[in-house]
Design a protein around this ligand. Structure first.
Ligand code: ATR
Length: 299
């Protein structure tokens, strides 16, 4: 890659940001399409976020991803927030469109794309979502937008599950139910009895977990229950492995990570992203990180 005065710049703002695999994905995509663009990681402390966003605009940077801890805080510095981000109050993509700073969240559409790859049509589905953090909010909003019939949210800290339901409740269409369930095997097992989709957004099953814990009882993983786990370290979590072993359809978090990035790419460039190139770059980056540089389920 040769950087010149005509090179267009995008990037990611995070704190820390060294673990992010987004530069690998986007720079591989620019290379593959022979585009004069580059993607740069910027480590930005929380008290420098506003200055940084304004600085990027002043420098003519085209856009950026936002990762921990900036996804919510950035909203205050934007001119407009579109789509799911207007409901969730969390942005992972900003685009400097002329003089206006526009914010988006591409997580929900990334998730829906991953579900499509799993052969799941969310319209009319009954889903159980584990977790109530930022990822869960994005996923629940996407499922509601896609016409899910019933969504049950279970979280270790029940107040957060309740807060999620209150946040998104006004988006529920007629005939759509959103409820909480307690965080115990029996209650989650019961919620899964009538469900056809299980989504894990908690950190349970991440590589650091020596117990290789399953967030639900194995018996609850029926062959007709589709499972999506947003964790991508390891690429195949205990949940995904067990669901597959029991004859079900299941997929890990790498696909959603790639697709949310691919949607950001299209917002900035207007060009169709080379999704497979991005996925290969992500997988190569994860293999490098596997050597012990830590882990993440984040962008
Ligand atoms: P994200 O932005 O990915 O959603 P987050 O906001 O940190 O990340 O949320 C992490 C989720 O994983 C939360 O739902 C958290 O549960 P709490 O709200 O009770 O903290 C869940 N989580 C993390 N570790 C967990 C564990 N060991 N068992 C169950 N849930 C866990």
């Amino acid at each position: 890659m040769r950087i010149t005065g005509t090179t267009r710049v995008v990037g990611v703002l995070g704190y820390p940001v060294g673990h992010s695999l987004s530069p690998d994905m986007h720079n591989a995509a620019f290379d593959a399409l022979d585009m004069d663009w580059c993607y740069v990681p910027f480590e930005v402390a929380p008290d420098r976020l506003e200055q940084s966003v304004r600085g990027l605009a002043a420098l003519g940077v085209v856009g950026a991803n936002l990762t921990i801890p900036h996804k919510r805080a950035a909203v205050a510095h934007l001119d407009e927030v579109r789509g799911d981000a207007a409901i969730t109050g969390s942005v992972n993509t900003i685009h400097f469109d002329g003089d206006r700073l526009i914010g988006y969240s591409t997580d929900g559409d990334g998730f829906l794309g991953a579900l499509a790859g799993l052969g799941v049509d969310p319209a009319g589905t009954e889903a159980v979502v584990l977790g109530a953090g930022g990822s869960a909010v994005a996923i629940v909003v996407a499922l509601m937008r896609a016409g899910a019939a019933r969504i049950t949210v279970a979280n270790r800290t029940p107040e957060r599950a309740q807060a999620l339901v209150e946040l998104v409740g006004s988006q529920a269409g007629s005939g759509m139910t959103i409820a909480t369930a307690p965080w115990d095997s029996e209650s989650i097992g019961e919620a899964l009895e009538g469900a056809n989709l299980l989504v894990n957004t908690t950190s349970v099953g991440m590589k650091a977990d020596p117990q290789q814990t399953l967030p639900v009882p194995a018996e609850a993983l029926r062959p007709d229950l589709a499972v999506y786990d947003i964790v991508y370290t390891p690429l195949e979590t205990p949940l995904v492995r067990t669901a597959l072993e029991r004859g079900g359809r299941a997929l890990g978090g790498a696909r959603m990570l790639v697709l949310q990035g691919a949607i950001s790419f299209r917002i900035w460039t207007g060009v169709d992203p080379p999704v497979e190139v991005m996925e290969n770059a992500l997988r190569a980056g994860l293999e490098r990180a596997h050597a012990g540089e830590g882990e993440s389920k984040k962008m």
